[in-house]
Design a protein around this ligand. Structure first.
Ligand SMILES: NC(=O)c1ccc[n+]([C@@H]2O[C@H](COP(=O)([O-])OP(=O)(O)OC[C@H]3O[C@@H](n4cnc5c(N)ncnc54)[C@H](OP(=O)(O)O)[C@@H]3O)[C@@H](O)[C@H]2O)c1
Length: 318
């Protein structure tokens, strides 16, 4: 499987996936193409041998078709967490539709699509409903499709435990909406490995696999783990629903990507845990790593980006 197109390959999961694909195919004849709207921001991908980072608009049919030509498989990781109905529809539904059409035009059949646990046409959030619609579009397209549905994903560079660790390094308490929401967090390396195994294993065609870690936690427990591992454990104060919504509404008004939106709160009304109705990572021979084993490696004192602090200090960049 030497030619793989990775849509969304510059992101959190994509970067780890690209590394794993390079390792797996051992460089050589493999060609991993990663389109990006802003390739200049994705230097970490460009350094990998056999990875081609290209500037492209994947919402443009002609460009998407050109990207797919000559590929053996495509992985779709493009998604957004916040946005209007229109934005969710464009990224989670129209893009899979365009992808299916471009696959038909180029004869590319193998697609691995990353969705999310809890997707459903009747789900309470726009994120989950639009992701469900995107899955349905691809499933109806007659492709050689495998769908992965992860719970929340942790690992170096995540916007989850890392964010909670950072907040606790700044504020004396954490006022938390949906403190009892449940998750079964999965390590980014395990998700990336699952994608690689799916690409290799044609018996996964037609399957939807759930990607979960070994343990279920509430959001409050996860915030405490992030605080403990980063050395800034603060008290967590669960907010009543109305106050949580007000907090999210205020965050949506701040410039830039919101830390939390009301749609995120709606998503958390569905437990992001294995349903037991679908195969999991064991189906791919993967024993998922626990948060306890991995989080200290990137949240701990002097870990993560802070690893380079003494070098930065030496060149006066701190
Ligand atoms: N992270 C999690 O905890 C989690 C949990 C469950 C499911 N998932 C799913 O896993 C997949 C990967 O997630 P991730 O966390 O790696 O996402 P991510 O870091 O946000 O990366 C997504 C990539 O998609 C591209 N992208 C974003 N918005 C786009 C747009 N409007 N048009 C075109 N391209 C766009 C971006 O590439 P450029 O900026 O380079 O163009 C970005 O690098 C997604 O399907 C997500 O729903 C993630």
């Amino acid at each position: 499987m030497p030619n793989v197109l990775v849509l969304g390959g510059t992101g959190f999961v994509g970067a780890t996936l690209c590394e794993k694909l390079v390792q797996h195919y051992g460089g050589g004849s493999a060609r991993i193409v990663v389109p990006s709207r802003r390739p200049a921001r994705a230097k970490h991908i460009q350094m990998l041998p056999t990875v081609e980072l290209v500037a492209a608009d994947v919402h443009d049919d002609e460009q998407l078709t050109r990207l797919l030509r000559g590929c053996d498989a495509v992985v779709n990781l493009v998604a957004i967490l916040h946005g209007s109905d229109k934005a969710f529809d464009r990224v989670h539904v129209q893009l899979p539709r365009r992808l299916a059409q471009a696959c038909a035009a180029t004869g590319v059949r193998r697609v691995v699509h990353v969705s999310a646990l809890g997707v459903d046409a009747q789900a309470p959030s726009r994120y989950l409903r639009s992701k469900a619609a995107g899955e349905a579009v691809l499933a109806a397209a007659g492709l050689d499709l495998t769908v992965l549905r992860p719970s929340v994903i942790f690992g170096e560079g995540d916007r989850f435990l890392t964010l909670f660790a950072r907040l606790q390094s700044i504020f004396p308490v954490v006022p938390l909406a949906c403190a009892d929401a449940r998750f079964q967090p999965v390590w980014v390396d395990d998700v990336a490995l699952a994608i690689v195994r799916c690409l290799d294993d044609r018996t996964t065609i037609g399957e939807t696999l759930e990607c979960c870690g070994p343990e279920v936690y509430t959001l409050a427990q996860l915030v405490r783990i992030a605080g403990r591992e980063s050395g800034h454990l603060r008290p967590v104060i669960g907010l009543p629903a109305w106050l949580g919504r007000l907090q999210a509404a205020l965050m949506e008004m701040l410039p830039g990507e919101p830390l939390m939106s009301r749609d995120n709160l709606d998503s958390m009304r569905v437990a992001s845990v294995a349903t037991g109705n679908r195969p999991g990572l064991a189906r791919l021979g993967i024993r998922p790593a626990s948060i306890e084993a991995i989080a200290p490696l990137y949240l701990g004192e002097g870990q993560g980006p802070a690893r380079l602090d003494h070098w930065r200090a030496a060149v006066h960049r701190r």
